[in-house]
Design a protein around this ligand. Structure first.
Ligand code: SF4
Length: 217
């Protein structure tokens, strides 16, 4: 690692650690991870007692490569994005994710004050983050950190997360073609449910891993 990269990494580490301290104060189980590998190891260890593992459709989780490892451990994988699923099968998986043993998700934005901000189209992902699964592990790369309010975090999601997500899913939204949000009223609008989790939901064992690496968008 050259000196510039070292200094950049150090600066990001301070922000990540600040978010972790705030999350801890807000009642979450929060952990700083130097690398994606550290996060993957935490997830694998955290899945030890799980029979069913739900995936919320997160590119950050995909980047960790844990799905295959969990499959090799004979976990039942509940991934509604798996290829070849009929609409009915997909819906059944989405429902089962709400009561799985371990639910894995990314986070669209995380404030340095320890608030998790997410925007969903269907609500399955944020629903499972709030209540239902035995354990939830959320992974946030350093690119998700926002030094500001939940309103700033929402702006970050609409500027940097929803446009590439629209494009990935080939949704017919303005942000898919221009890269900018215009608060559309498109039938394909992704922004339908916005959640701010500012304290750990009372009955949810919610862990947040803040990773000093770019993960997802
Ligand atoms: S409101 Fe519409 S244009 Fe704006 S980010 Fe959401 S889907 Fe894209």
């Amino acid at each position: 690692m050259g000196m510039t990269e070292e200094l950049v990494t150090w600066t990001h580490e301070q922000k990540c650690r600040k978010a972790v301290a705030s999350l801890d104060k807000n009642g979450f189980t929060a952990l700083y991870c130097d690398t994606p590998q550290d996060a993957a190891e935490y997830i694998i260890a955290g899945a030890a007692d799980a029979v069913t593992v739900g995936f919320g459709g997160s590119m950050s989780i995909v980047a960790l490569g844990v799905e295959q490892l969990l499959r090799e451990q004979d976990k039942e994988i509940l991934n509604h994005s798996a290829p070849g699923l009929s609409p009915a099968e997909k819906l059944a998986i989405l429902r089962r994710q709400l009561t799985c043993d371990l639910f894995l998700s990314g986070c669209n934005a995380l404030t340095l004050n320890g608030e998790l901000v997410n925007i969903d189209a269907t609500g399955n992902r944020v629903g499972a983050m709030l209540f239902g699964p035995q354990k939830v592990i959320v992974v946030a790369g350093r690119n998700k950190l926002v030094d500001g309010t939940p309103a700033d975090a929402i702006a970050r999601v609409k500027a940097w997360a929803t446009p590439p997500n629209s494009k990935r899913l080939n949704f017919k939204t303005p942000c898919c073609s221009t890269g900018f949000c215009n608060d559309c009223n498109s039938p394909d609008r992704l922004c339908r449910v916005t959640t701010i989790i500012d304290r750990r939901p009372r009955l949810t064992d919610l862990h947040v891993l803040v990773v000093n690496a770019e993960l997802g968008f």
